[in-house]
Design a protein around this ligand. Structure first.
Ligand SMILES: [Ca+2]
Ligand SMILES: [Ca+2]
Length: 100
């Protein structure tokens, strides 16, 4: 498998690993999402010092307002975070370029 394929498989595996905990494997409950963020996104969590920020993000992601995140809503979180990381990456690369 290619890196990108592995990456997609990981997203699916991670989602279901946490979503399956309460028997409803299709969605992440609030508790399941919190555990996923704590375990899988510790770096992100460190940047969010305010616990309300995470709660706000969770509400923003929950587009159909059922208080749970399905895989599509979970992907929005990953996409959003990846976009933020990419911006940092570009900035970092630009800084490196200037030094050279
Ligand atoms: Ca669940
Ligand atoms: Ca939802």
């Amino acid at each position: 498998m290619t890196d990108l394929e592995k990456c997609m498989e990981s997203l699916i595996t991670i989602f279901h690993h946490y979503a399956d905990e309460d028997g409803d494997g299709k969605t992440l409950s609030k508790k399941e999402l919190n555990k996923l963020i704590e375990t899988e996104l510790p770096t992100f969590l460190k940047t969010q010092k305010d616990p309300k920020a995470v709660e706000k993000i969770r509400k923003d992601l929950d587009q159909n307002r059922d208080d749970k995140l399905d895989f599509e809503e979970f992907l929005s979180l990953v996409v959003g975070l990846s976009m933020a990381c990419e911006k940092c990456y570009v900035l970092h690369e630009q800084k490196k370029g200037k030094k050279c």
